[in-house]
Structures are given as structure tokens and as C-alpha cells.
Design a protein around this ligand. Structure first.
Ligand SMILES: [Zn+2]
Length: 612
């Protein structure tokens, strides 16, 4: 409409197109403000709600359609999630054939009953887990509209992530439970049907009221606004709680700057509250019992420690609250909270808590699209949580080694697909997991080998600072690392993310040449890498020969704890062999080894070392 009225005025028209073209190359963030009022019936497990959504279109595009996620509709026989989990050759055991056998009172559903935009009714069509909405009037760039919806739902039996009555008897794990606007970004709409993998959302403010039987204790995303009416340990110490009369309580939560809202509820929950020195409040909610109470009490020591460690190394945790809640089907991360199964020995409970907490940085605050870049969430989270666990439990083992092993197994399996594969579209679940978790973690560990650990560590803080609340992609990360290291790293991203080419370097020959020794190295893998070559002498001393790639246009600084660097010489990736002349006698050499630190993901270590 704006376009047409401007068309006759040539000057303005040219200006408008030029402006639009610039804007289209840039990045923008849509914005949301949800206000929801939900009535939960704990007998039928059904709920009704109203949703007022203020949606701001910060894109340069005029939107004529919008899409909502209706995730609960996946838990119905014949759904895409059901079919996929019955046809994939390595199904998730938690799903398997279970969806196909759900009875009408066990399925999940979420339906829009009515929808208005700016007070006018709009048409919509439910296509399983996506609500397709054709707008009567378009949403113009830089404008805000109000969408009002009435919805109704039924909580499915716990199958995957959310649901009721999980294996440990938690009544409600309410994740992906409300009609959620799909994200629209510089790559267009992301109306992914719910097949199994994870999420992508829009940051905004949530104001959520949940009315439920008054015996239920809740926790989740968001600060409780009416603790003086609710109690259950949410009130300030010494405050008097005055619950309203009646059979229900209305819990009022607000959550600023989040992109999802989870809640969980059970009448048996015990609520422990830990206030940290920095003002962050940690909430633990669990069902007391033989397998839980003592370990959950001890968890109180670990959650604050992990928040501090991760804040120091990956950027300050930006919220005033974090809740660890027993629920779900393993461990799943949400904004300001996590749902984890709770009947675990201490190290497992701490391990899963730390992993899900670490997601607060990568899924929560950075929030790379998990459908397109699951490795930037799961991989980086695995990397960070390995480091945190190592620190918390003072482990001397090398954190991250398991990720390398997982990646090597994936390569050997023959089922590896590039990290750039859409999370739902991997042929195998195991290939998705090994790529996202293991190869994604190796991406960062190995980056420390390429640019040096200090530049990588500074880079992670800079990455958080630059891209928090902005949905970075692989290129955004690599650009930060380029700036931090002063090197060109496009080749690293292109080989490791977009291909399945592997690294294999070897020592071809070491031979005497008069008073010198000639070393010949070879590259048999298709992915080129810089090489750290360490020569150890019979007198116990050792030296480093550093061979950066020409295309790096730089070198990593000498690293602490490494032998002294005696020689640096670039190795062009086109050359399959490299010959070096060492001005030392052959008989003085004890061993020659490529990357003794083993941070380079060389798929065959057999040919990396020769000893004399
Ligand atoms: Zn994870």
C-alpha cells in the first residue's frame, strides 16, 4: 500500500528502494509482548486461555501472513512427529511408537478458538503444529499490531520434553504449551513443524497468569509477582502470606526479555530457595523422596557455583533468577529455568543441571536458531559445561575429550552429515546428536588450537557481548574470532561446518642429512589445518616447529606450556607434503610428533608420531 502511493513520485520511489535494499542486507529482530491468562483444570488436564500479543515488525518487509506454533498437536497418532519416530531407523526411545498408541484423553492438543488483529477478526488454518494466518490487513515495517487469541489445550501424557505425569510422577511439565509466534528474520519465516528437534523464538516480555488448584506448587520462567498471595516459599522471609479464598490460586509471573515461557506444577513439590551474593535467586523444586531429597539438598551448593563459573567465562548471566525443576524426560533448557529428571546420583544431577544451565548462554541469551545451527547451542553448551564440571569437581582429566571421541565415532560410522544440516532433517538421530553435541564442541576446542586458547577465550566473551539477544549464525561467530585473533578463519568455518571432510596429517619420513635432519610431513585428509610439530631430543629438551596455513594470513602466538617455538613456516594447503630441515643431528632426536596436545581433530593418530 505504501509502495503504490509512493510510486508516482519518482524521487521518493528511488529513495525508498535504495533504503529498502540497505535495510534488507542488515539484521533486525522482531519483538513480542505476551499477556496470557490461563485456567488449568487438574482433573481433565485441559486448559483454556486468552493471549494478547503485541507484535512489532522490525523487518523491512510487509507481512501478509503470520504463523504460530501449536506444539502440543504433535502428540497425536499420525502426526509428523509420530510418523517420523516410527520410521527413523534409530528412534528416540522416549518416543518410539508411544504417540501412535495415545488414547483421546492422553493426546495433546492446542487449538485457537478465535483470533483478532487490531480488534478485527482474521482467518486462520490449523496445519497440525502450525497455525497459518492470512492477515486481512498487512503488518507494515516498523509497526506494532495487537493479536488477540482465545485458545484451548489438553496436556499430553509426557512423551517428549513436556506433558503430564512423567516417569517420576511430576504432574505438569509445561513447555511448548501456548500458541507461540514463529520467528521471521533475514532468512524469512521459520514455521518449522514440530518433528522432534528444538526451537527458535522472538525475544520479548511475558506477563502470564496461571489459575490452578491451590494445592499445586509452580515454578518456571519468570518472576512471581504475587508471592504475598501464593507463599510456598516464594515470599520474603518473615512476610505474611494472605491467600485469596477459593479452591484455586492465580500465579502471576512476569519475564522480561525472554523468548519462551515454561512452567511446571505439582502438589508434592518441595521448594528450596538460595539467594546468591550477587542477588541472583536460585529455586530448586523437586518431589522429596529416598532418591531425591539428599542429592537435591546438596545441589544447593552447585547451582550457584556453576552460575558464577559460567558468568565469568562466557558472559554475565543477565537474569535475577534461575530455577532447576524436577520434570520432563531427562534435561531440557528453558528461559531462566530447566526441567530435569531428579532421581539421580549427585554427579549425574549436577552434570545435567550444569549442562542445562549452560544453555542459558547459548540457547537463551545468544539463541542461535536451533533448527539451523543446533551445534552452536548443543555443541557450545557441551563445551562450556565440560569446563564448568571440570572446575567444580576439580577434575584433572582433559575436559572435552569425550566430544572428540564422539566425533571420531561419527566419522567412522559413515553417517556423518555436515553441521549445516537442518536439525530435523538428519538421516539418523545419532548423527544429529554426534554432530551437534560432539562435533559442535570440538569446533570450539579445536579453535583454541588454531588461534590460541587465550584468543579463543577472549573471543567467547566478545561473542556474547556482541551478539547477546541477536540470534548469531556461524558467520557471526567466526567474524568475532577473526577480529580477536587477527587471522582469516573463513576456511575453518567452510570445511568444518559445511562439509564432512576430515583432518589427517602424518609424518612421512625422518632421515639424517649430514649434520642435519630432514622431516617430511604429509596431508592425507581433505581438510587443511595449521600444524604444531614437536621435536623431542634425547637430552629431554623439546622444540616446536609451527606451520600455519598461508590462508590464515597470521599466526597464533606462542602458547603457554608448549615447547619453545624455534621455527615458523607457512604451509600452503595445495601442497600435500612439507619438507623441513632441522639443524640437529638425527641421532639426537628421540621423537617427532604432530600436535601432542591432541586438540586437532585428526581422525588417524597412528601416523602422528615417530619415535627412535
Ligand atoms: Zn543440551
Amino acid at each position: 500500500m505504501l509502495f503504490n502511493t509512493m510510486k508516482p513520485f519518482l524521487g521518493l520511489f528511488l529513495f525508498a528502494t535504495a533504503f529498502a535494499a540497505t535495510a534488507q542486507t542488515g539484521r533486525f529482530q522482531q519483538a513480542v509482548k505476551y499477556k496470557m491468562d490461563v485456567q488449568m483444570d487438574v482433573q481433565s488436564n485441559q486448559f483454556t486461555g486468552t493471549q494478547e500479543l503485541k507484535y512489532t515488525n522490525n523487518s523491512p518487509d510487509t507481512l501478509t501472513r503470520v504463523f504460530y506454533h501449536l506444539y502440543f498437536n504433535a502428540f497425536q497418532p499420525g502426526s509428523m512427529m509420530d510418523v517420523r519416530s516410527r520410521t527413523i531407523s534409530d528412534p528416540d526411545k522416549r518416543v518410539g511408537e508411544r504417540i501412535s498408541k495415545l488414547k483421546p484423553n492422553e493426546i495433546g492438543y492446542l487449538h485457537a478458538k478465535s483470533l483478532k488483529m487490531n480488534g478485527k477478526t482474521v482467518q486462520f488454518k490449523e496445519v497440525e503444529t502450525i497455525l497459518e494466518v492470512d492477515l486481512a490487513e498487512p503488518i507494515l515495517p516498523n509497526s506494532t499490531v495487537t493479536l488477540e487469541m482465545e485458545f484451548e489445550g489438553q496436556v499430553p501424557i509426557q512423551i517428549r520434553r513436556s506433558g503430564r505425569d512423567n516417569a517420576e510422577g511430576v504432574r505438569y511439565s509445561m513447555a511448548q504449551w501456548y500458541p507461540k509466534m514463529a520467528n521471521y528474520d533475514e532468512q524469512g519465516w521459520h514455521a518449522n513443524p514440530y518433528i522432534g528437534r528444538e526451537f527458535y523464538g522472538i525475544w520479548g516480555d511475558f506477563d502470564v497468569k496461571i489459575t490452578i488448584d491451590k494445592t499445586y506448587i509452580l515454578g518456571g520462567t519468570g518472576y512471581l509477582e504475587n508471592a504475598d498471595q501464593i507463599g510456598y516459599g516464594y515470599e520474603e522471609a518473615g512476610d505474611k502470606v494472605a491467600p485469596p479464598k477459593g479452591k484455586t490460586l492465580t500465579w502471576h509471573f512476569v519475564a522480561p526479555k525472554v523468548h519462551d515461557f515454561m512452567w511446571a506444577a505439582d502438589p508434592k513439590f518441595k521448594h528450596d530457595k538460595i539467594v546468591m551474593d550477587n542477588g541472583i535467586t536460585v529455586h530448586h523444586l523437586y518431589i522429596p523422596g529416598e532418591k531425591t531429597t539428599s542429592v537435591w539438598e546438596r545441589l544447593a551448593e552447585y547451582t550457584p557455583k556453576a552460575i558464577n563459573y559460567l558468568s565469568e567465562h562466557f558472559g554475565q548471566y543477565p537474569y535475577k533468577q534461575f530455577s532447576v525443576i524436577q520434570g520432563g524426560d531427562g534435561g531440557m533448557e528453558y528461559d531462566m529455568s530447566t526441567l530435569i529428571t531428579g532421581e539421580r546420583p549427585l554427579n549425574s544431577l549436577v552434570g545435567v543441571m550444569v549442562h542445562e544451565l549452560a544453555h542459558s548462554w547459548f540457547r537463551g541469551v545468544l539463541s542461535s536458531n536451533e533448527a539451523l545451527y543446533p551445534w552452536m547451542d548443543e555443541g557450545f553448551t557441551s563445551y562450556a559445561s565440560d569446563l564448568a564440571m571440570s572446575e567444580i569437581f576439580q577434575r584433572s582429566n582433559n575436559p572435552g575429550r569425550a566430544s572428540y571421541s564422539g566425533y571420531f565415532r561419527l566419522v567412522k560410522s559413515g553417517f556423518e552429515e555436515p553441521l549445516s544440516t537442518h536439525a530435523d532433517h538428519y538421516q539418523l538421530n545419532s548423527a544429529y546428536s554426534a554432530a551437534s553435541y560432539s562435533k559442535g564442541a570440538v569446533f570450539l576446542s579445536q579453535l583454541g588450537y588454531v588461534i590460541g586458547e587465550e584468543a579463543r577465550d577472549r573471543g567467547m566473551l566478545r561473542y556474547f557481548d556482541t551478539w547477546k539477544f541477536r540470534h548469531p549464525n556461524a558467520n557471526d561467530l567466526i567474524r568475532v574470532m577473526e577480529k580477536e585473533s587477527g587471522m582469516e578463519l573463513d576456511w575453518y568455518k567452510e570445511y568444518f561446518v559445511y562439509t564432512t571432510k576430515t583432518i589427517n596429517y602424518g609424518i612421512k619420513e625422518v632421515k639424517p642429512d649430514g649434520a642435519n635432519t630432514v622431516i617430511t610431513l604429509e596431508r592425507t585428509g581433505l581438510m587443511p589445518m595449521p600444524v604444531d610439530l614437536v621435536v623431542t631430543y634425547k637430552d629431554g629438551s623439546s622444540e616446536m616447529i609451527y606451520l600455519p596455513l598461508v590462508i590464515m594470513r597470521g599466526e597464533k602466538p606462542a602458547e603457554k606450556g608448549m615447547p619453545e617455538r624455534i621455527h615458523t613456516e607457512a604451509w600452503p594447503w595445495t601442497n600435500l607434503t612439507k619438507t623441513l630441515v632441522l639443524t640437529r643431528e638425527f641421532k639426537t632426536i628421540k621423537s617427532v610428533e604432530i600436535d601432542p596436545s591432541r586438540r586437532m581433530a585428526d581422525v588417524d593418530h597412528e601416523n602422528n608420531k615417530v619415535e627412535f
